[in-house]
Ligand binder design. Structure first.
Ligand code: AOF
Ligand code: ZN
Length: 395
């Protein structure tokens, strides 16, 4: 039936307008999708948008799939969809979701308009070939449509271009997000009079962190944090408990106590109710015999990984990164004290930062304010989360 549909061609100005609107929508999700690109898509029928969608979060459905889903719930039947406008070339290989190019082909859409090609080596124009050989017309617009479409890939997703740089592809490592909470004056340890059990950040921020934990492959911390906070590093609702991230501890001298809460199983009631889940525990340490402690920790289910020390005598962060990459970790969350955060920053291993500034003044310990001032923060965002301020940026 589709061959009966007349594709109504929009002029460049109208297409630029649609691409611009999609780009602006997609850009709002930049910190949730990274290192994936920000992508927006729309399904058109006779020049009218009948469905739009963006890539909302890492691991989630791609923009094209969201747009097709919205179009399917519109009153316009699939047989009348003629065009898809998408800010990026559709993916053509199976990643965390099936290839979008297949979804586009199945929809019967006859014309695809692209804002940019995808620099990911798995794609890079492959979708154009696949679509064209299936008889779909493809137009690659690229920015240049004047004020209507100023969004090139560097504006829309510089982080994704960095992720696909040759040096990075040659020596791959996980995308690292450093997240911490600090007092209004920049300290990571709250003042002593804050009150037992009170956190720097409020309940809304704590809930957001659970969502973030549910969308990474690993949570990384240091032995200092384990000793002072004894965290579980599990994922709790409203985070997605279906695939809890690996929990990684940097512990040069294997000081981790076998009694650490992280090594306790999740309470069956919470597990069964889908309220909490926890991934495997990995401890990075120096090579050297700590046979008793090693055995105790292994008996609690931890995996002990010996890493070579760096020039400065600390565990090699690069060796750790490479190990994690080999284990399939692509997006990782650093939730630690200032020492490990600083080391990661100094080794240029932090790609993205999220800082919660709580409604508390004073506090103790090193301030990371100087790190925030440095670097070249791109696409910064200041927002509120309950009573807290949140700063997000790419490094
Ligand atoms: C699309 N539409 O909305 C996005 C695309 O790991 P996955 O499965 O999420 O795939 C990530 C890759 O897919 C990413 O490297 C980029 O090439 C492409 N992103 N593609 O068709 C989208 N976000
Ligand atoms: Zn896709």
């Amino acid at each position: 039936m589709n061959h009966l549909i007349q594709v109504q061609k929009l002029n460049d100005e109208a297409l630029g307008q649609i691409l611009r609107e999609l780009a602006e929508l997609a850009f709002q999700a930049r910190f949730n999708v990274a290192p994936n690109p920000c992508v927006g898509a729309a399904v058109l029928s006779r020049g009218q948008i009948v469905g739009r969608g963006i890539h909302h979060y890492w691991g989630g459905p791609h923009a094209e799939v969201e747009a097709l889903k919205q179009a399917a719930s519109s009153s316009t039947p699939m047989g009348e969809w003629d065009t898809m406008v998408v800010t990026l070339e559709p993916c053509s290989s199976t990643g965390k979701t099936p290839p979008c190019v297949d979804a586009v082909l199945e929809s019967g859409i006859k014309h695809v308009v692209l804002g940019s090609l995808d620099p990911d080596p798995r794609h890079r124009g492959r979708a154009v070939e696949l679509l064209e050989s299936a008889g779909v017309e493809v137009t690659v617009l690229n920015p240049g449509l004047g004020p209507n479409y100023p969004w090139g890939l560097p504006d829309l997703a510089q982080h994704f271009l960095d992720w696909n740089q040759v040096e990075r592809l040659r020596r791959p490592r996980p995308w690292n997000i450093a997240k911490w909470a600090q007092t209004r004056t920049g300290q990571l340890t709250p003042p002593e009079d804050i009150g037992e059990g009170r956190w720097i950040s409020g309940p809304d921020s704590l809930a957001e962190v659970q969502v973030l934990r549910g969308r990474v492959d690993a949570i990384v911390t240091g032995i200092g944090t384990v000793k002072t906070d004894d965290p579980r590093l599990s994922v709790r609702a409203p985070g997605d408990v279906s695939k809890p991230p690996m929990r990684v501890v940097f512990d040069s001298y294997l000081h981790m106590s076998p009694e650490a809460r992280m090594l306790e199983p999740v309470a069956p009631s919470a597990l069964d109710a889908g309220q909490e889940a926890a991934g495997p525990v990995v401890i990075f340490t120096r090579p050297g015999p700590e046979p008793v402690r090693t055995r105790e920790l292994m008996a609690k289910g931890a995996e002990i990984v010996a890493l070579p020390p760096d020039d400065d005598g600390c565990l090699s962060l690069w060796a750790a990164s490479e190990w994690l990459w080999q284990r399939g970790v692509r997006r990782s969350l650093l939730e630690s004290g200032p020492t490990l955060v600083k080391s990661f920053m100094e080794h240029n291993l932090v790609d993205q930062v999220r800082v919660y500034s709580g409604d508390v003044s004073g506090g103790r310990g090193t301030s990371l304010a100087s790190l925030l001032a440095g670097g070249r923060p791109k696409a910064r965002l200041h927002r509120e989360c309950g009573p807290d301020g949140v700063l997000e940026y790419f490094r």
